[in-house]
Design a protein. Structure first.
Length: 132
């Protein structure tokens, strides 16, 4: 007889509790961080940064993605921004993404990076391993 849904949940456990932390997607060469488990839509800022905005309130940033992390990590390393254990503060990656991106003077782009910086606050110091 087929297993019931209740039996399956009992066997594998219930839903996992959401944990907000930066995540390195090696296959996608990107870092993603969802601050809350809310529904969202993607707002591509430039070729590197995508903000995840709340479906409830477009002004609320609920996460982000930085693309091209391996190349960004090499560029930062050229400037001596490398931690011995291979970890880099998320805020440093965001700053590097801003300076290596296109259209530095575009106001909407500046505002998006500033919005992310404010949303992160002290969490910008959180480390993520960006090496393979």
């Amino acid at each position: 007889m087929a297993e019931s849904i209740a039996d399956f949940v009992d066997r594998v456990g219930g839903p996992r509790q959401f944990v907000a932390e930066p995540w390195l997607n090696r296959a996608g060469d990107c870092i993603e961080w969802h601050f809350v488990p809310d529904a969202y839509h993607a707002d591509r800022v430039d070729g590197v940064l995508t903000l995840f905005r709340s479906d409830e309130c477009d002004a609320e940033v609920v996460g982000f993605q930085i693309k091209g992390v391996s190349a960004l990590y090499r560029v930062l390393g050229d400037f001596g921004v490398v931690v011995g254990d291979g970890a880099v503060a998320v805020g440093v990656l965001i700053l590097g993404a801003y300076w290596t991106g296109d259209d530095l003077d575009r106001p909407r782009r500046r505002e998006a990076y500033q919005c992310l910086k404010q949303r992160l606050g002290k969490d910008a110091d959180r480390k993520v391993f960006a090496t393979s």
